[in-house]
Design a protein around this ligand. Structure first.
Ligand SMILES: [Zn+2]
Length: 316
């Protein structure tokens, strides 16, 4: 699938200043280069910043912090440039979002069962499908924040009142007001994941939980694919492993932190879109799957994602 856009839609990614490790906030003495920069402005378009799009294999230079194992862009675009890119990003993945929401509910069932079902917040809520799942299991009040206008426009009418358009700002919410805060496939995209985790801690009630799903760059599938992995992408400001997402939670003050691999359930058609193959092969494979009626079949695959949870301490 090709999405060609005129040059005016190309995100502006200038204005890049060096930043420290986004988890431990140090400038490593001997950082390891994890990925060489690979930018090609002619291939950047409005879809480059949409979620679950066809991979493009473009990336900024990424370093690995030897202290906390996170891989990160050391000269990222400014917060403002990123917010603008996501705001303008197109959105075309409602079915995959629905499948993902169901995968997340099953991955976190045991945590969700032990929480008070009062207030829940989702950062990067997309069309709000996960909020609907949370309301379905008994949460009394659900709220989401989403920067993409197109994603919100794709939300059904019943979910629109739950969703605020913009980027997450702690001051928009009351301290200690949430039982649950979720952030799925978003911690890679933000400029300051540590600030977000610390904000979430302040917004949670004591005993409340923060749930994330992140890519695992150390998972076998991502190591196998290397540069052809869908995680190698211009939109990722950092990539986590199980130890580094755990480090992010613990350094931000969360307790009882756990991080483990989990499987996503998606259609065969969507999995085939992620395959690291040239379009000349991918397109006929997809047509064949479609012709056989297999495209809509749902399959669970561990594609190298991590489900992590941490709790706000009850006594401080
Ligand atoms: Zn670090």
């Amino acid at each position: 699938m090709e999405h060609n856009s005129p040059a005016k839609d190309t995100p502006q990614l200038d204005d890049r200043l060096p930043r420290p490790c986004p988890v431990c906030r140090a400038f490593p003495d001997k950082p390891e280069i994890f990925l060489e920069e690979r930018l090609d402005a002619s291939r950047l378009n409005a879809y480059s910043f949409a979620s679950r799009k066809t991979p493009e294999y473009l990336c900024h230079q990424m370093l690995r912090c030897p202290e906390c194992d996170v891989v990160y862009v050391d000269r990222p675009p400014s917060q403002g440039a990123l917010a603008e890119a996501y705001h303008a990003a197109d959105y075309d993945s409602t079915e995959e979002a629905n499948d993902a929401a169901k995968s997340y509910i099953s991955a976190f069932t045991s945590v969700l069962n032990r929480l008070e079902k009062g207030d829940a917040l989702e950062i990067g809520t997309g069309t709000g499908i996960f909020l609907e799942e949370l309301a379905g299991i008994g949460f009394q009040r659900v709220a989401g924040i989403e920067p993409s206008t197109a994603a919100i426009a794709a939300a059904p009418a019943n979910r629109k009142p739950w969703i605020r358009e913009g980027i997450f700002v702690e001051q928009d919410y009351q301290p200690e007001s949430f039982d649950l805060v979720c952030c799925f496939m978003t911690m890679e995209h933000v400029r300051e994941p540590r600030e977000i985790a610390e904000s979430v801690l302040r917004l949670l009630k004591p005993g409340g939980a923060f749930l994330t799903v992140t890519h695992d760059y150390r998972s076998p599938v991502n190591r196998l694919l290397g540069r052809r992995s869908p995680i190698v992408d211009i939109e990722h400001m950092q990539l986590f492993s199980q130890p580094s997402i755990k480090a992010l939670f613990e350094r931000s003050g969360f307790v009882d932190v756990q991080a483990r691999p989990f499987a996503n359930r998606y259609s065969v058609r969507y999995w085939s879109r992620l395959m690291p193959l040239p379009a000349a092969i991918k397109t006929p494979v997809q047509s064949t799957l479609s012709a056989l009626g297999l495209g809509k079949l749902k399959v669970s695959i561990n594609v190298g994602n991590t489900a992590a949870v941490g709790f706000k301490p009850i006594t401080r």
